[in-house]
Design a protein around this ligand. Structure first.
Ligand code: HEM
Length: 554
């Protein structure tokens, strides 16, 4: 039997319970939906008993629940905008300080890269974009946030994978990450890379044939996507995809694209992902994407492979490690490879061709360089010269600079005790991302022609040409190499970087040697950059081109 309380005392007790609930949520950040139900449902239900004598059963519950939730919400909002909040010193729009919902809405339209860049222009180098979150445009933050002693990965990575039972490499941090990364490093060392050349060559030849057959009004971006997806399937699982000959028959490309967007939503709201895992109807796209990876990896285990593919290393088929890793881990990482390695590389290739076709003089310069290294009859896929081709490498770097394909960066969480990041102190538990897109397009890091495609900046920086050769005044030249991070930075940077560069160099050389391309009639180049979307990885719009074969008889 509960003691009877005066109405005023019962109301006060309810308000106190709401404040305690706020404290518990803030301190422990529970993610389990059952705990949420308990913390939010039990207090109003139980406390309504005290008001029953005054309002009856239903009335008492309505009054208690209203008071409880109004007090809770008010307490949360006031705390978040108050000067007592640990992030109070950082500027940002009021709406973002109160809740992350508005940013999630912007993000789900794929506009986060541009929106965040505008926020930096308005508020400065560190902007508060959520109650507990900042974005950073200061290149001096790259080392302390992403470097060897940097921050661990944020919860966004678990949300993106919908709290998958096995944590993949990309979601891991610290010692766990280091241990998982070992076989990946073996899979991407120079000997292993040599072994993938044949696989790239076969697929690149197929791509060139397809483009030369299709000729008119081809969506080059989609063809690059098919190419990278087929190649990554060969590379990760010893085969299993044939989009370059059959098209996207099983709509796998669609699954991957839709899965990325859905995963991005859950990364933005990891607590919703925790709910979605409890209800099978939610997160279908992410689950289909995961299922695909598991099916491919399982088939690979059953069938084996004649090539030394990525699986060969991940599954310790090379016998280097004393302990073979659990199969579920290998499968999860195999799926990660296809997801991380296809879209990214296809995007860079598409962006590069867009910029080259928009700047015909740059296109011709690169073509001339390819012709000088690989005259007709020479094998443009031969990797011997690729790393020494200055114009090729400068053009690829410039495409990576203008559109880093992970534009909004890799979100991390400040460790216990907080940490100084350059001149900025980030309190414990703050989610922080270095905004690669803004850093790459900051004139303090790259000038002149900061927002234009100007590959010469990389040639000047490498000492291959002088500023005067490139027609600019030396005093205007700024090149901050430490601010160029398209593959991220530190121990969790892109493990596939060298493979991606090799794949892109080979493909560009072959296509440039063999084909001539121009924008298709009616294609509006203006629409391309505006159409780029940020769903963690960039999603590209159509790039329509006409293709013809070059004269190879010289
Ligand atoms: C031009 C193409 C590529 C770009 C620009 C790129 C960029 C990136 C970036 C920015 C990250 C960090 C993501 C984060 O911290 O959340 C990353 C991670 C990763 N990338 Fe790439 N990537 C490319 C191609 C590839 C390829 C071909 C593979 C091959 C499998 C690959 C595999 C991975 C993996 C496994 C990670 C996670 C590494 C870790 O956490 O240790 N990437 N990539």
């Amino acid at each position: 039997m509960l003691p009877e309380l005066a109405k005023g005392d019962a109301l006060l007790l309810t308000a106190a319970a709401a404040l305690s609930t706020h404290y518990i949520f803030k301190k422990y950040e529970p993610r389990d939906p059952l705990v949420h139900v308990g913390l939010l449902g039990a207090p109003p239900l139980l406390l309504s008993t005290f008001l029953k004598p005054y309002y009856g059963v239903l009335g008492a519950f309505a009054v208690t629940a209203a008071l409880f939730f109004i007090t809770l919400t008010t307490s949360i909002v006031l705390y978040r905008i108050s000067p007592f909040h640990p992030l109070a010193q950082y500027p940002g729009p009021l709406l973002h300080k109160v809740s992350r919902l508005y940013l999630t809405w912007i993000t789900m339209q794929g506009r986060a890269h541009l929106y965040t860049q505008q926020l930096h222009e308005r508020y400065g180098d560190v902007v508060r974009v959520g109650p507990n979150e900042v974005t950073i445009r200061d290149a001096s933050a790259i080392l302390p946030v992403l470097g060897a002693t940097g921050f661990p990965k944020s919860e966004a990575y678990m949300g993106r994978a919908m709290w998958a039972p096995v944590k993949s490499l990309i979601a891991s941090s610290g010692d766990e990450h280091q241990a998982k990364r070992k076989p990946w490093n073996r899979a991407f060392n120079s000997t292993a890379l040599k072994g993938y050349e044949g696989i790239i060559s076969n697929r690149a030849e197929q791509l060139a044939d397809l483009l030369s057959r299709e000729k008119d009004n081809v969506d080059l971006g989609v063809r690059f996507s098919w190419f990278t997806f087929d190649f990554m399937s060969d590379m990760a699982f010893g085969g299993g995809s044939d989009m370059l000959t059959k098209g996207d028959e099983g709509s796998m490309w669609r699954v991957l694209d839709d899965g990325l967007a859905a995963g991005h939503f859950f990364a933005n709201q990891p607590w919703i992902a925790a709910y979605a895992t409890k209800f099978p109807v939610f997160g279908q796209d992410v689950k289909r994407m995961r299922r695909y990876g598991i099916e491919r990896a399982t088939a690979r285990v059953q069938n084996g492979s004649l090539n030394k593919d990525l699986f060969h290393y991940l599954n310790n088929e090379d016998g280097t490690e004393t302990q073979t890793r659990p199969l579920a881990q290998v499968i999860s990482d195999g799926a990660l490879a296809v997801i991380a390695g296809s879209d990214t590389t296809a995007n860079v290739l598409t962006n590069l061709f867009f910029f080259l076709l928009s700047e015909p003089a740059e296109y011709k310069r690169l073509q001339a360089e390819v012709d000088s290294f690989f005259p007709p009859g020479e094998n443009a896929l031969d990797t011997r010269f690729h790393q020494e081709m200055p114009i090729l490498n400068a053009a690829i770097n410039e495409a990576l600079r203008l559109v880093p394909v992970v534009p909004s960066g890799s979100q991390r969480t400040a460790p216990p005790g907080g940490k100084l990041v350059g001149p900025h102190y980030l309190p414990e538990g703050t989610n922080a991302s270095v905004h690669f897109y803004s850093v790459h397009r900051d004139s303090r890091n790259f000038a002149p022609h900061t927002t234009s495609f100007w590959p010469d900046r990389f040639r000047i920086a490498a000492g291959e040409i002088t500023p005067a050769d490139a027609g600019i005044d030396e005093r205007n030249f700024v090149h901050n190499a430490a601010a160029f991070v398209p593959f991220s930075f530190g121990p969790a940077n892109c493990v596939g970087k060298n493979l991606a560069l090799q794949e892109m160099r080979m493909t560009v050389c072959l296509l440039m040697q063999r084909l001539e391309m121009r924008f298709a009639p009616g294609f509006d180049p203006e629409s391309y950059e505006q159409g780029l979307r940020d769903y963690f990885v960039v999603k590209k719009p159509e790039l329509r081109v006409d293709v013809s074969l070059r004269d190879q008889s010289a």
